[in-house]
Write a new protein. Structure first.
Length: 227
């Protein structure tokens, strides 16, 4: 039985989601504020988390960050009334795997949860803790990197994108490939989100972002990683 940490301050919605998830065979623990959510996460094992952003005491983003410090791979779905593209991108950049705007159909939430759980179960990424290319180095376990002049932290998605590109070294991968293998689906977010992440990664690892040597653009297709 899969165990869910459901973090939602609106009682009626929380109970509705809990009831439906239990009918689907999930075991559900509830948290009604951010402080309680962090305490529960630190004291128990969960297979997936459903996280509201607008929480009392500690914000949803702070909860997300606290979870990611302890667990970089736990599937996390944000549910939020905030529906702008900047809100969605911010949530995904902080480590969420999916973003569902309120109001939503419970069935859609369950389907997205199942998809993330299936991906987590079958995915077997390369057991690479560190990787060096040029004068750059990445520590995937610690989510840190260095470009020879500066050390910096990487987000979960930045690590996953780099790991996927490295696993396909010298191969052309499409934006849809990156979406499917990093986010686990190819509908949301848009391919523009991939481009935004690639731009950030180039600023980290390329000497000249206008003429990248490692993360190359393949016009009309996607990207190619080269040492």
């Amino acid at each position: 039985m899969k165990r869910v940490l459901l973090i939602e301050d609106e009682k009626s919605l929380r109970l509705l989601i809990k009831m439906n998830l239990e009918l689907e065979g999930y075991e559900v623990d509830q948290a009604q504020n951010g402080k309680e959510a962090i305490r529960m996460f630190e004291s128990a094992y969960y297979d997936i988390a459903v996280l509201d952003l607008m929480l009392p005491k500690v914000s949803g983003i702070k909860v997300l960050e606290a979870i990611r410090v302890k667990n970089s791979t736990l599937p996390i779905i944000i549910t939020s009334a905030k529906d702008t593209s900047s809100d969605r991108i911010n949530g995904l950049k902080h480590g969420a795997d999916d973003y569902l705007t309120k109001p939503f159909e419970i069935e859609e939430l369950i389907l997205r949860m199942q998809k993330l759980l299936n991906r987590a179960q079958v995915q077997s990424p390369e057991d690479v803790d560190t990787y060096t290319f040029g004068h750059n180095s990445i520590d995937f376990k610690k989510q840190t990197a260095s470009n020879g002049d500066e050390d910096f932290d990487l987000s979960v998605k930045e690590c996953l994108i780099m790991k996927y590109l490295i696993s396909k070294k010298n191969e052309v991968v499409s934006r849809q490939d990156i979406l499917k293998n990093v986010w686990g689906y190819d509908v949301f977010p848009t391919t523009r989100t991939v481009d935004n992440f690639i731009s950030i990664l180039r600023k980290y690892f390329e000497d000249d972002i206008k003429s990248p040597q490692h993360i190359k653009s393949i016009r009309g297709v996607g990207y190619k990683f080269m040492d």
